[in-house]
Design a protein around this ligand. Structure first.
Ligand code: 9D3
Length: 250
């Protein structure tokens, strides 16, 4: 068997700290499949920090009513400040980028994911309620990141999305069978349609070209399919640097 060599262990592994009121949500989906296996192998590590542990008073309050009035509750700056400081202490000399998952953050991009995956890891603050006191965002210089234009019930799922996207890029996580270079967001186009056995299913056949053995023709067909799909569904991606239209960028 042609087994891949183990990833070189260069001392420290990629580390994710997640500050949350719901530590039981983790590792959740990060504990299975590609990313979960990498966790078991020690290619990355996960640490949850329970914001409740920093709560104030007999009831360990973490939230209060918004100054100036309005609906819902806001997470307290003193509570979150203490949680962030503890996370930084626990990370030791390693400075992890500190991110607050926020509906009003800059959209997460594959470019930012690549940068974060190359670094030592991330500290992620997952909010609940209407959000967090603005002073903790400023006072701890938190980068605000959103995962898209839809409303979640908290930051935890967004944190998992970010970690999943980063971990699969860590050296040694992806198997040799999966090529990073051909991924749609890496090439700037949506992916061409995929087929496997059976050759005919419910009256639908695999396109003849894919069975032809003519690799040049197959490559051309796939490029055309990818381009047509991208034009229809994601015209915003066309003409962006990295999109392989086959025509050469103007
Ligand atoms: C009343 C205004 N709402 C903002 C759209 C309040 C609000 C709704 C949902 C505040 C926080 C949340 C919880 N969402 C997140 O924590 C979140 C999120 C999201 O909802 N969408 C996309 N990305 C993210 S990152 C964190």
């Amino acid at each position: 068997m042609n087994r891949r060599p183990l990833a070189p262990q260069t001392g420290r592994n990629w580390h994710a700290q997640v500050l949350t009121l719901f530590p039981k949500m983790f590792p959740g989906p990060l504990g299975v499949s590609l990313v979960g296996t990498a966790l078991e192998r020690g290619l990355w590590s996960l640490e949850t920090i329970d914001i409740r542990d920093f709560g104030i008073g007999r009831h360990r309050s973490v939230d209060d009513t918004p100054a100036g009035g309005g609906a819902g509750m806001v997470m307290r700056a003193d509570v979150l400040g203490a949680a962030v400081d503890t996370a930084r202490e626990r990370a030791g000399p390693t400075e992890l980028p500190a991110i607050y998952l926020s509906p009003r953050g800059r959209p997460l991009t594959q470019a930012r994911v690549r940068e974060l995956a190359l670094g030592p890891g991330v500290m992620l603050l997952a909010g609940r309620f209407e959000g967090v006191d603005q002073r903790v965002i400023e006072g701890r210089a938190l980068e605000e990141i959103s995962i898209g234009d839809y409303v979640l019930s908290g930051g935890e799922l967004a944190a998992m999305v970010l970690v999943d996207a980063c971990v699969r890029l860590i050296d040694g996580v992806l198997g040799a069978q999966a090529s990073l270079g051909e991924e749609s967001f890496e090439v700037g186009l949506l992916e061409y349609p995929q087929y496997t056995r059976p050759r005919s299913w419910e009256g639908r056949d695999i396109p003849e070209v894919l069975l032809s053995g003519d690799h040049a023709r197959i490559a051309r067909w796939r490029r055309e399919q990818a381009l047509a799909l991208t034009r229809t569904r994601r015209p915003d991606l066309i003409g962006k640097t990295g999109s392989k239209t086959g025509a050469g960028e103007a």
